[in-house]
Design a protein around this ligand. Structure first.
Ligand SMILES: NCCCN[C@H]1CC[C@H](N)CC1
Length: 292
């Protein structure tokens, strides 16, 4: 370990590690589920780390939060009821709250400490919790979804960490089946779906499971996030049987000014062109994803 630097090491990306220069460690605590750390970096603002894995940095969080939210919500005409699984830092809530059509935003985050730490150190993300439409549930998303009446939601966003630790079940078939049940016909789900450079085997399984469960459309999109492993992160975009959803041509694209409603300031990353472009894949990934 180089003194004064944080290196992100995990069995999920063997033989490589992204490092960030540390100015000051602001918090190190153990929650019921994981080690929680916040540090001030030299060049990416504050950084949230769970079990040694970077979750968000102030400088590049916009890419992930905007894409994981606007890829699904921009693809349906009138999102009303939205469920966020994970997302305890509040960033996805901030993006969902841009839609004036949305009436109810439920969030189920397993670790309450993540919510508390975000409110203390990441106000630009935790602002999402201030929206009156938000209902916070601290608990296991798997159990939460089992209790949800069939066809409740227009959209589900699974803003998870990696399938090592508390989020492991969020990558498995039974969970996808419970998401499909909780969605209305033509409802959409967007899940965090790792890196095409590092995790094609995981993505292969996720796509295969999604094609069996979601009888609408199943697509994989990706974007760049400099502080995520390999600098990219992907998303599964699926819809249930019912009114067709064309994820590649958004019917309801939020514009750059984010003026769907009382905006939380302009969008920094997402725009309708990058929405469409995010579904274009390199051949090595396309071959596997389109064949499942
Ligand atoms: N809202 C926090 C984002 C969590 N997503 C991350 C994707 C990349 C992973 N290596 C860690 C979690």
């Amino acid at each position: 370990v180089i003194p004064g630097w944080f290196s992100e090491m995990s069995p999920m990306w063997p033989g490589e590690a992204h490092s960030l220069k540390v100015e000051k460690i602001l918090l190190q605590q153990k929650s019921q589920y994981q080690n929680v750390m916040v540090f001030e970096s030299a060049t990416y603002g504050k950084v949230l780390v769970l079990d040694g894995v970077i979750q968000v940095t102030e400088r590049d969080e916009c890419a992930y939060q905007e894409m994981i939210t606007h890829l699904p919500l921009g693809s349906i005409p009138n999102p009303k009821k939205v469920l966020v699984i994970g997302g305890g830092d509040g960033g996805v809530l901030r993006e969902v709250s841009r839609y004036s059509s949305v009436e109810q935003i439920d969030i189920c985050e397993i670790d309450g400490m993540v919510v508390d730490v975000s409110k203390q150190f990441f106000p630009a993300l935790a602002v999402g919790f201030e929206d009156p439409r938000v209902n916070v549930h601290i608990g296991d998303g798997v159990a939460f979804l089992k209790a949800v009446p069939e066809g409740t939601y227009d959209a589900v966003i699974v803003d998870s960490s990696d399938p090592i630790g508390p989020a492991q079940e969020l990558f498995e078939k039974p969970f996808f089946a419970s998401v499909a049940k909780a969605l209305r016909p033509g409802g959409v789900v967007c899940t965090q779906a790792e890196s095409i450079w590092l995790h094609m085997h995981i993505i292969e399984d996720i796509v295969s499971n999604c094609r069996q469960i979601f009888k609408g459309s199943v697509n994989y999109a990706w974007t760049t996030v400099p502080t995520y492993p390999s600098g990219v992160i992907g998303f599964m975009l699926c819809s249930t049987e019912g009114p067709a959803v064309d994820f590649k041509h958004p019917v309801n694209p939020i514009d750059e000014n984010g003026t769907h409603s009382k905006a939380k300031g302009p969008l920094k990353f997402y725009n309708p062109e990058i929405h469409t472009a995010s579904f274009c894949l390199p051949s090595f990934a396309k071959k596997i994803i389109d064949s499942k």
